[in-house]
Design a protein around this ligand. Structure first.
Ligand code: ACO
Length: 269
């Protein structure tokens, strides 16, 4: 029943249906959205495949790069979802509207799992974004720790313009990065945010020419891999928890992480 509603053959989509490639080279994993003829539009198969990659990420991986093939990073959700026919095997918004609450919730939660693992402390995720990053495309870029963007980038949170809310984990990182007022502005107008503004707002760490994007990502990877892995993981844990903790709690968390580091590095016998 659930499969007919939203997720389709959720557990068994092929990479072709998912529209992405996954490659591992030592400590670096690369996910490439690979449906350029449809501007890397995403489906439930895409999100299911992303979740599976997260579930099975090889332990040696320290950096995950998310990028898009062709003219756009991603044009967001596949617009066939808005049609009565939907996406073959994956349902439509019409079929979703008929689902019971638990089924609906479960399917969205599974889709969100395709995004949340990109923030794990053990890895650093980098979105290499060029061209359009619309809706689910913008949210996928927001799910990553860092965004390095080409000067032609065009972010757009289009969901409210289509009557929807952003539900692929994007609202929290957006607010964390730009603040509530700017997030309201960006989402409720569904306007385009270009490279210069993205950099100014802190949405992008770096802006480079389109032809220099791949090299800029490689440079950042080299910098990230130059630090101690366990220290990087512990530091990321500290940074991720810092906003929610009081100063006293954060100090205690620093002490705890440091004790583990010092023991790992210097304890004898
Ligand atoms: N879903 C399905 N197909 C898409 C999507 C999409 N989101 N975006 C583009 N395509 C298809 C087009 O239908 C077209 O297919 P065709 O060649 O078979 O006709 C092909 O990709 C190329 O699209 P163009 O519009 O010709 O490409 P262009 O480079 O001129 O424009 C742009 C790119 C701006 C991204 C435009 O395609 C667009 O606006 N797409 C829709 C964006 C959108 O509304 N996404 C949903 C956001 S909400 C959410 O993600 C939850």
């Amino acid at each position: 029943m659930a499969d007919a509603v939203l997720g389709g053959r959720a557990a068994g989509f092929s990479e072709t249906e998912a529209g992405l490639r996954f490659e591992v080279d030592g400590e670096i994993a690369t996910i490439t959205l690979d449906r350029p003829e449809k501007r890397n539009a995403q489906t439930f198969a895409t999100w299911s495949a992303l979740a599976r990659i997260g579930d099975n990420l090889p332990e040696q991986v320290r950096v995950v790069v998310v990028q898009g093939e062709g003219p756009s990073f991603s044009a967001g959700i596949d617009l066939r979802m808005f049609t009565p026919e939907g996406v073959p095997g994956q349902g439509s918004f019409s079929s979703a509207a008929a689902a019971d609450n638990d089924t609906f919730d479960e399917r969205i939660a599974r889709a969100q799992q395709g995004f949340t693992w990109l923030r794990r402390p053990e890895i650093v995720s980098i979105a290499a974004v060029h061209g359009h990053a619309i809706g689910a495309g913008f949210q996928l870029a927001l799910a990553c720790d860092l965004r390095i963007v080409a000067d032609d980038v065009r972010f757009c949170m289009k969901e409210p313009a289509l009557g929807l809310v952003p539900d692929l984990t994007g609202t929290k990182p957006l607010v964390d990065l730009v603040g509530t007022a700017k997030a309201i502005d960006i989402c409720l107008t569904a306007r385009i945010v270009g490279a210069e503004e993205a950099f100014r707002l802190g949405l992008a760490e770096r802006v480079v020419a389109r032809t220099e994007l791949a090299q800029a990502v490689q440079d950042k990877i080299a910098e990230l891999l130059s630090t101690n892995r366990d220290a990087a993981t512990a530091t990321k844990r500290l940074l991720q928890g810092a906003r929610e903790r009081t100063l006293e709690e954060q100090c205690a968390a620093e002490r705890k992480e440091q004790a583990a580091r010092i023991r790992a590095l210097f304890a004898s016998g």
